[in-house]
Design a binder for this molecule. Structure first.
Ligand code: SRM
Ligand code: SF4
Length: 583
């Protein structure tokens, strides 16, 4: 537990509640923001500085007067130090040898994110969210049970979420317990390292990889290998700890584009080469959502073979690290580097970093046959005869400790003891024999996590929202479930409609990907400022992806206003029938 005195200090609001903190920075960071004189370089770079792995030009950018404040935090001490600091802080707190008020605020609020610990200082002071890495969203029963054990001790504060990157976030953790949880994660083959700040995010692939009759390649071994290479088997790779910004990478193996290559910084699209039938990957780069800009990725103009995939990814990361912008934080994502130097030069740099490796031209990938993006919830025959995958809807992705245990039990009893979690925040059981289906589907778990949910619940996605997230302008998860339930009671739809809720313009809930997107935004009601949403329409994923466009703004978040507004949209734009009106 957090010391009482500190809890009071946090509640009192000083100094953590300053404007700096609201933006994710403590006042002390702002105070140390003066540029470091070039003389520091001449004296040699501290082994603790984030400059250590940067070449001269990148150091200059990191030290520039115009470098953003996170660059200064990294110059002072590399985020990778959190990989040892977290154990030290946990130990000192457990022994009672340090107090919260004595700790470095940059470490607690910023650098610990490199170890996957996000202090939820604004909403739940003293409690941390821990973000994991689950490559390709695949978990086994042992891992699921361990996850249950990490949150169970925190009672009502402890819960978890499946994220929009097919990943797990644990909630309610204290820093005292972090060291034990990290060691336990390693023991079961998971990690929380390099999941936050300027690191590569969870690697996403096809959630039905290996069982999908339509996949071109099983994305799991590729992503596992990439994970091991990029993050040194979960222990953290210092060389990649000081990127200019986060980087999202995914591999898509079907025309459904389940991992959304169009909104990842780096997307690998599997395609079969017509001449020799080998599966290679067309590369697209620069997709991003942010407060300032939302864009789909653009073709890099090359394809990579399976044997080039790892060296290519490693080289791309080095190019981004060494050449990426480090000024205005809102202009540091990969797209800005690609635009600044041009697609050709960016591709050429990657090839140079690969030792002059030739990169082949992209391969024409789509057959002209129409393709409807598949809905993978429900029971589906696998490519292995007699076996099925069973997709179940986890409303808003929220899980309790008991849910993890129950998912593990069901996966072991009826499947092969593994599950996949998805970017739509759902869970897929695999390798279920035909004969076991009836008994499995009668399990109580599927009364809550429905295998055949309604047309809106099955496509509903929600970010964390202001329940835990300091950026949140609106509550999302609980409201999303409520609003969708109310709408399903009132309208009849002939096809599913995907509604994405996101609490602010960072768009972690991918509002622009949904058929309908709701984004937390200011609104007014009877002249007073209230929580509200913007509404987006028309997101498309897969072949010819499109981002949803803003349709309405300033909609108060009250169900009495939101539900009729969405009902009208469903009727006018999606052909819904009003069930409340007699025929
Ligand atoms: Fe996100 C920051 C949650 C997917 C764009 N995101 C945050 C933080 C860390 C802010 C904070 O410190 O509180 C949120 C943590 C809240 C919490 O307590 O959970 C947060 N993002 C999430 C998750 C959990 C949403 C969810 O409910 O699923 C997702 C975790 C993914 C994961 O497992 O790693 C999550 N975030 C995304 C996505 C979607 C995606 O990757 O497909 C995006 C948009 C795509 C993109 O990145 O281009 C996204 N998050 C952001 C941004 C805007 C980035 C930018 O360039 O400006 C921020 C703010 C930032 O990084 O400064 C942000
Ligand atoms: Fe937080 Fe905004 Fe991301 Fe939602 S979209 S998790 S509110 S940063």
């Amino acid at each position: 537990m957090m010391p009482m005195q500190t809890q009071q200090q946090l509640n009192r609001g000083a100094p953590l509640r300053s404007a700096g903190v609201r933006r994710g920075l403590a006042p002390r960071v702002l105070a140390t923001a003066a540029p470091i004189a070039p003389a520091t370089l001449a004296e040699g770079i501290s082994e603790h500085s984030g400059l250590k792995h940067l070449p001269e030009a990148a150091r200059t950018r990191a030290l520039d007067r115009k470098a953003n404040k996170f660059e200064k935090v990294k110059v002072e001490k590399c985020g990778s130090r959190a990989w040892t600091d977290v154990f030290e802080l946990s130990r000192l707190l457990k022994e009672g040898n340090t107090k919260w008020e004595d700790m470095n605020l940059d470490d607690v609020d910023i650098r610990l994110k490199w170890a996957g610990l996000f202090h939820r200082g604004k909403r739940t002071p003293g409690k941390f969210m821990m973000r994991l890495k689950v490559p390709n969203g695949e978990l086994d029963a042992r891992q699921l049970r361990f996850l249950a054990s990490t949150i169970a001790p925190y009672g009502a504060d402890g819960c978890a979420d499946i994220t929009t990157r097919a990943n797990i976030q644990l909630r309610g953790l204290t820093l005292e317990d972090a060291d034990d949880v990290i060691r336990g994660l390693w023991d079961v083959g998971l990690t929380s390292f390099q999941t936050g700040m300027d690191s590569v995010r969870n690697l996403t692939g096809n959630p039905i990889a290996g069982v999908d009759p339509h996949e071109l390649i099983d994305t799991r071994p590729l992503l596992r290998q990439m994970e091991a290479m990029l993050f040194d088997n979960g222990k953290g790779r210092e060389e990649f700890a000081n990127l200019p910004r986060k980087l999202n990478i995914c591999i898509s193996s079907t025309r459904d584009d389940f991992p959304h290559t169009h909104i990842n910084d780096v997307g690998f699209e599997a395609v079969r080469r017509p001449d020799d039938g080998e599966v290679v990957f067309n590369v697209v780069v620069g997709g991003l959502f942010s407060i300032k800009r939302n864009d789909v990725s653009i073709p890099l103009g090359c394809s990579v073979t399976q044997s080039q995939l790892m060296p290519f990814t490693e080289a791309l990361l080095r190019v981004f690290r060494d050449h990426g912008p480090r000024g205005d934080r809102q202009q540091t994502r990969l797209m800005y580097l690609v635009e600044a130097i041009g697609v050709e030069r960016f591709r050429q740099l990657i090839s140079e970093y690969m030792g002059g490796e030739e990169l082949a031209a992209p391969v024409h990938m789509h057959s002209d046959a129409p393709w409807e993006r598949r809905d993978i919830l429900g029971v589906h025959p696998q490519r292995q005869p007699g076996l099925n995958w069973v997709g179940a809807c986890v409303p808003a992705g929220r899980l309790q400790a008991a849910d993890f245990d129950e998912i593990a039990r069901v996966a072991e009893k009826y499947g092969d003891g593994t599950v996949r979690i998805t970017c739509e925040e759902n869970v897929i059981f695999v390798n279920v024999p035909d004969a076991k289906l009836p008994e499995m589907l009668a399990e109580p778990l599927f009364q809550r996590f429905k295998v055949n949910p309604g047309p809106l619940l099955r496509g509903m996605v929600s970010c964390t929202g202001n329940q835990f997230c300091g950026f949140g302008l609106a509550e999302t998860k609980a409201r999303a479930v409520k609003v969708v339930e109310m709408l399903e009671a009132q309208v009849e739809l002939s096809r599913p409609v995907r509604i994405h809720f996101t609490g602010c313009p960072n768009s972690c809930g991918q509002a622009q990907v949904g058929d309908i997107g709701l984004m937390g935004a200011p609104a007014r009601l009877d002249g007073k400022a209230v929580e509200g949403y913007k509404i987006f329409l028309g997101g498309k994923i897969g072949v010819n992806p499109e981002l949803a466009k803003e349709f309405a703004q300033g909609i108060p978040a009250l169900e009495s206003i939101l539900v009729p507004k969405l009902k009208e949209i469903l009727i006018n734009e999606f052909g819904a029938k009003d069930k409340t009106v007699a025929a």
